[in-house]
Structure formats: structure tokens, C-alpha cells
Design a protein around this ligand. Structure first.
Ligand SMILES: *Cc1c(COP(=O)(O)O)cnc(C)c1O
Length: 486
């Protein structure tokens, strides 16, 4: 038995080896030393695969250097057919948005500078007018994401009081983000009403009081309000009546509730809120700006419709159906938005200049809805015609090397991002079924590239769905498949 470890060269010896020095010539010495240590550690772990000569060591160090210097966050090709793929960065941006971000990033900007008056301005102006114009809301503000918009809205509206919310809307959005937990962190207390499947307007009316105390509200009535996270007996014993300060409605964006169901409409809640002088907050989620019913995407409320319902505040994401950068859009009445801006949490949740630049440019495209559909990638992908996707799939299949054993195949794409749950988009893919490697290995090789190609493995094949492969990415896909085959 030979001890391979004894045969391993020292770091210094490798640094002095010409072939190793050559692969690290354009790297800082510390980075090269790190890569050499990595290569040595790999050799110690798998002695049977340890390099045998200088050329072998140079190749091993080059691999370690590449791994150490390739950014973990990088562009990739989404061949999954899921348009708003949260793991893949949700919405790819429009050219105009990318240009605006680059311009704001590489120089100084008027982020908080009023050029007309020559003095300090506000970052809140950049998207507010556009959002108000596009949605018909009185005012708007932009924060880091929809979750922080919800936090800020609740903290502003509830002021430590109870927020009424239907049990059917206490949802988890994804990544463990649960509406009830976030609500508690805002300082608001939850006043849950109704049942999982049915919550009526009368449940909201009862929760808003007319002298109903916590104790009597909880006394055996089916629609009794209960405070989240508090034992029922404590609620029963407490004498302080609930003090509802706001009504929250949450759009069930990522699942469908069907069957024996009932809910109060936003319009009904807005009317109730007016009558009882309570703000009505609506977490819309998706952020759809223009109606897409003509392409079969119906049923998702639009931002303008929500804004014009008269709700005090509407919350949406910037990087879902709107197709912009990660952001939280908060649109509503002038008075409420003013209070949100002045809240201490507004500073903690604020959006940065790159977000604001990209979002403003995305919103500007919506001034012409046809242009928005042409230039915003999310809308392009959602409204793409099946026949056009199929034509692209045929062209890709024809361009792939024969051993890929590629076949054009119908697929089911999805909107993703928790929008349009259950809806499938007719799409077309290219299925790869080579003799070797196996589908799992092929998918891994496609993934482990400088520009990863993320595909779907299943049914003994690797499928590339063309709905989410952006125009112009096909050549890179062909290169990736050719390399992965062999
Ligand atoms: C997606 C979603 C959120 C969270 O949005 P982020 O921008 O990811 O923070 C909140 N509420 C609803 C209803 C959603 O669909």
C-alpha cells in the first residue's frame, strides 16, 4: 500500500511551477494560493485522482481558480417554463429598465435632489406620480418588497390595535413567509374572523363591534373573532373589548379555494370601512397592471382596479406580474401614504436608487400598454402565441447535434411567482433523450456552466421549455447541450 499523501507537492513548490504560475498569472497571489490549497485538499481527499505531473496540477489549480472566481449570482437561462421563477430571480427586466439601472449605477443621480429648486428632494417622487397616473390612486410609495410594504402598512394603520382578517386569507406566500407571523411583527394584533372556506360580510360587521367584547364575541358563535397566538381562555377572561383599527384583505394569490366557499368582496369591505371609518388594506401580491384576459389569463385583479375600488392602501410586488425589479408598491389615499412615509419603518424598508430607476423605467413603458407587452419580458412570455413558441422549439431542435436525440414536445408552462395558481400555459419544449449521459447527469452538466441552463428532468428526458428561454438565448443553449453531451 502506498501513501499518496507523501507524494503531494508543497504549496511553495506548486507556486514555483511554471505551468501553475501561468494559469494564475492574472490573479492576486492570495487567490492563487487559495486555489492551490483547494487543489491539494481535493488530492488528499481523493488520492486516486491526484494529479500525476505539473500539467495535471496546473489543470487542477485552473479548475479551483475558476470555481473560486465565478460569481455565485450570475445570469442563467430559464428553460423550466415557469415564467416568474422565484429561485431564478423572478422577472427579467426590460431593456429600458436595465439601461436606467446602469445609468443610475455608474454615476451620481438625482435620488434625493430637487434639480428645480437646487436643494434636497425626496426619493419618493420618482415612481409616485407614475404609479398614481397608471392606477388612478391618489398617491403611492415604493419600498423594498411587498412583504415590507405590508409590514409598513399594518404598522401605520393598526397603531397597536386589532386588524380584522379572514381565516381563509391567513396564507403562506412561499419561503416560509406567513401573513399572520408578519402581521404580528408589525405590532398589530390579529382579529381572525370567519372560517377557512367561508367568511361573510356579516363576520366583518360583527368584528367591528357595536359593543361586542372579546368575551361575547368568542362565546360560541360560529363567526367569532379570536386573537391569533393567544389561548382562547385568556381571551374569554379579558374584559377589554377588541379595538379593531383596520380591515385587511389578502389576495389568495398562490392557491385556489373551490367548492363551498364565500368571501366578502373588496368593494363590500371598502363600503363597510367607509361606514365605520376604518382603513381597508388590500394585499394584492401580483401587481398586474394591464388586463391579460384576452390571452386566457383572467381572474387576477389588476392594480388599477384595486386602486379604484377605494381601498385605503393596496400592496403589490414589483417583480411579479408587473415585470419590474424587486420592490413593494404601496398605492392608496394621499393621507395614508403620507403617514406611511413618515413612519420610522419607512426608512428601514426603503428602496434603493437602482430599484427606483428600474421600476420607474418599467412603469413608464405601461403608459402605452401595447408597448409594455412588447418590451416587458414577463408580459412577452405570458402573451407569446403557442404557434410562435412551437416554431422556436422546432428551430432549436434542428440546431442541436444528432446525439442529443432531440424531439419537439408539447409542454405545460406556468406563470409562477404565486400568480394564477392552477393555470397552465400551453407551451412547447425540446426533449433531449441521448444514449448517454443519463438525464440527471445531462441536466447537471447544463446547470454547471458559467451561464447555467436550468431544464426540467422527468420521464427519462431533459426538457427545455421555450416559453421562458428568451429570444437570442438559443445559441447558448445549443452550445451548452453540445458540451454536455460529450
Ligand atoms: C408574493 C406576495 C407577497 C410577497 O411579495 P414580495 O414582493 O416577494 O415580498 C405578499 N403578498 C402576496 C399576496 C403575494 O402574492
Amino acid at each position: 500500500m502506498t501513501d499518496h499523501r507523501r507524494a503531494l507537492p508543497s504549496v511553495d513548490r506548486l507556486l514555483r511551477t511554471a505551468a501553475v504560475a501561468a494559469v494564475g498569472a492574472d490573479q492576486p497571489r492570495t487567490v492563487l494560493v487559495g486555489a492551490i490549497r483547494r487543489a491539494l485538499a481535493d488530492a488528499r481527499e481523493a488520492p486516486e485522482a491526484a494529479p500525476a505531473d505539473d500539467a495535471g496540477w496546473a489543470a487542477a489549480v485552473a479548475r479551483a481558480l475558476a470555481a473560486a472566481t465565478t460569481p455565485t449570482l450570475r445570469r442563467c437561462i430559464n428553460a423550466t417554463g415557469v415564467v416568474l421563477h422565484t429561485n431564478l430571480g423572478r422577472a427579467p427586466l426590460a431593456e429600458a429598465a436595465a439601461r436606467a439601472i446602469a445609468a443610475a449605477a455608474t454615476g451620481y443621480s438625482t435620488l434625493e435632489y430637487d434639480v428645480e429648486r437646487g436643494r434636497r428632494g425626496s426619493r419618493h417622487v420618482h415612481c409616485a406620480d407614475l404609479l398614481a397616473d397608471l392606477t388612478g390612486a391618489e398617491d403611492a410609495m415604493v419600498v423594498n418588497n411587498a412583504a415590507s410594504a405590508l409590514l409598513l402598512t399594518l404598522a401605520t394603520a393598526a397603531e397597536g390595535g386589532d386588524v380584522i382578517v379572514s381565516r381563509g386569507e391567513l396564507i403562506e406566500i412561499g419561503g416560509g413567509f406567513r401573513i399572520p407571523e408578519l402581521m404580528e411583527k408589525s405590532g398589530a394584533r390579529l382579529l381572525e374572523i370567519g372560517t377557512t372556506n367561508r367568511t361573510r360580510l356579516s363576520d366583518y360587521e360583527r368584528a367591528l363591534g357595536g359593543g361586542v367584547s372579546r368575551a361575547t364575541a368568542g362565546a360560541g358563535s360560529a363567526g367569532r373573532p379570536a386573537e391569533h397566538g393567544r389561548p382562547r381562555d385568556r381571551i374569554a377572561r379579558t374584559t377589554a373589548p377588541p379595538s379593531p383599527t383596520a380591515i385587511l384583505k389578502v389576495h389568495r394569490s398562490n392557491f385556489a379555494l373551490i367548492g363551498f366557499t364565500e368571501e366578502a368582496s373588496l368593494e363590500e369591505l371598502v363600503a363597510l370601512g367607509r361606514k365605520r371609518k376604518k382603513p381597508v388594506l388590500y394585499d394584492l401580491g401580483g401587481g398586474l397592471m394591464t388586463d391579460l384576459a384576452d390571452v386566457g389569463l383572467a381572474g387576477e385583479p389588476t392594480l388599477p382596479a384595486a386602486a379604484q375600488s377605494g381601498a385605503t392602501a393596496v400592496i403589490a410586488s414589483g417583480d411579479k406580474l408587473l415585470g419590474g425589479p424587486q420592490a413593494g408598491l404601496l398605492i392608496g389615499t394621499a393621507g395614508f401614504i403620507r403617514r406611511c412615509r413618515a413612519h420610522p419603518l419607512a426608512r428601514a424598508a426603503r428602496a434603493d436608487k437602482l430599484t427606483l430607476a428600474g421600476l420607474a423605467a418599467t412603469l413608464a413603458l405601461y403608459r402605452d400598454p401595447a408597448r409594455a407587452r412588447r418590451e416587458i419580458p414577463v408580459l412577452q412570455m405570458l402573451t407569446a402565441r403557442s404557434a410562435d413558441i412551437a416554431a422556436r422549439a422546432r428551430a432549436l431542435a434542428a440546431a442541436l447535434p444528432a446525439p442529443a436525440n432531440a424531439a419537439v414536445t408539447p409542454t405545460r408552462a406556468a406563470v409562477g411567482g404565486g400568480a394564477f395558481p392552477g393555470l397552465e400555459l400551453e407551451s412547447t419544449g425540446v426533449a433531449l433523450a441521448p444514449r448517454s449521459p443519463s438525464p440527471a447527469v445531462l441536466a447537471e452538466r447544463l446547470r454547471r456552466r458559467d451561464t447555467p441552463v436550468v431544464a426540467v428532468v422527468g420521464g427519462g428526458k431533459v426538457t427545455l421549455d421555450l416559453r421562458t428561454v428568451l429570444p437570442g438565448e438559443e445559441a447558448e443553449v445549443v452550445r451548452a447541450v453540445a458540451a454536455a453531451l460529450g
